[in-house]
Design a protein around this ligand. Structure first.
Ligand SMILES: *[C@@H]1O[C@H](CO)[C@@H](O)[C@H](O)[C@H]1NC(C)=O
Ligand SMILES: *[C@@H]1O[C@H](CO)[C@@H](O)[C@H](O)[C@H]1NC(C)=O
Ligand SMILES: *[C@@H]1O[C@H](CO)[C@@H](O)[C@H](O)[C@H]1NC(C)=O
Ligand SMILES: *[C@@H]1O[C@H](CO)[C@@H](O)[C@H](O)[C@H]1NC(C)=O
Ligand SMILES: *[C@@H]1O[C@H](CO)[C@@H](O)[C@H](O)[C@H]1NC(C)=O
Length: 270
């Protein structure tokens, strides 16, 4: 396809999504007293309180480590965006936010709906495939009031937060986790439902859906998502540079939201 034609086609099918990093609340869906990294500056981080992100700064030139939830002398855990390639890195403790390293610039992204960032695919995915609950466990949780989280993958599994980390647990004897009473219960009482994921033709690998730079006509400033003729792909423009992005299996680009979503969630709007 010749390049002018490709750009013309883009202009016709192109739709510029309103969503951008500045409208993402880092603490959305994150429990109180959890610390979330500032992807633009490793000495800064945020504490989540009532869903609000309150800016903090490490002392003594230390660097914030989201895994340990602390400021450390080493900067080994800092996000470093390789300018020579496109990559994405999950934002610790959020389960659904990630930094897209775009030509050396980190761009904050958020999964749509209840989708979660799958570190094996480096993309947003069904929670049944990810089962992340680290957004619920704070290092300040009191041992007197244990925090439980149901598994999103299996009715017999659940998590208990311990020292700020989720520990997986399994109900035995045919019991299932009851998320209301926070205990293993008879299935009829546990009322657990886990939706089946549509069967996909093949299992995806991170390499198969890795974003790649493409030569499209991008505005020289700003962040935009643009529809592609393949429903599970889209273009992303960041400050003049373009990339082709691919959704995880059974997810499709929603041009109004500028993100990959389940087909039924896109249809719900109409
Ligand atoms: C990171 O933030 C700190 C404190 O706000 C500031 O002093 C420092 O210059 C910033 N570093 C960079 C690389 O922007
Ligand atoms: C702060 O950290 C930077 C980068 O790790 C280092 O180059 C600098 O010397 C440090 N400054 C102090 C006062 O320790
Ligand atoms: C549960 O946790 C253990 C130890 O942390 C880990 O080895 C195991 O893979 C986990 N099981 C599941 C099903 O996640
Ligand atoms: C079971 O879950 C459904 C749907 O969430 C809810 O409407 C119903 O009240 C629940 N039943 C019990 C016994 O908790
Ligand atoms: C992001 O959105 C806000 C308001 O929705 C807008 O003011 C800002 O210019 C946008 N930034 C980029 C980089 O597109």
């Amino acid at each position: 396809m010749n390049r002018h034609y490709a750009i013309g086609l883009l202009a016709i099918i192109g739709f510029i999504a309103a969503a951008n990093s500045t409208s993402i609340n880092l603490c959305d869906g994150v429990a109180d007293n959890i610390f979330v990294a500032d992807i633009t500056n490793c000495s800064n981080y945020y504490i989540c309180v009532n869903g609000e992100a309150i800016a903090q700064q490490c002392r003594y030139n230390y660097s914030f480590n989201g895994k340990t939830q602390s400021c450390e002398a080493s900067d080994a855990s800092c996000l470093s965006c390789d300018p020579s390639k496109l990559s994405s890195v999950g934002l610790e403790r959020t389960c659904n936010k990630y930094a897209l390293c775009f030509a050396g610039t980190p761009v904050l992204q958020e999964c749509a709906d209840d989708l979660q960032y799958n570190p094996n695919l480096n993309a947003c995915d069904y929670p049944q495939n990810v089962d992340c609950v680290a957004n619920r466990c704070s290092i300040y949780d009191s041992p007197d009031s244990i925090v439980y989280a149901p598994s999103q993958t299996s009715c017999t599994k659940y998590f208990v937060c311990m020292n700020g980390q989720p520990q997986n647990q399994t109900c035995v004897g045919g019991l299932q986790f009851n998320a209301v009473s926070n205990q293993c219960d008879r299935p009829a009482n546990a009322n657990c439902t886990i939706a089946a994921i549509p069967k996909s033709r093949s299992s995806q690998t991170a390499a198969q859906i890795a974003p790649r730079m493409v030569d499209i006509n991008c505005p020289s400033v700003g962040i935009q998502q643009i529809a592609h003729q393949n429903l599970n792909q889209y273009y992303m423009c960041v400050n003049g540079k373009g990339a082709l992005m691919t959704c995880a299996a059974n997810l499709f680009f929603d041009k109004d939201m500028g993100a990959c979503r389940r087909k039924e969630d896109i249809l719900k709007k109409y």
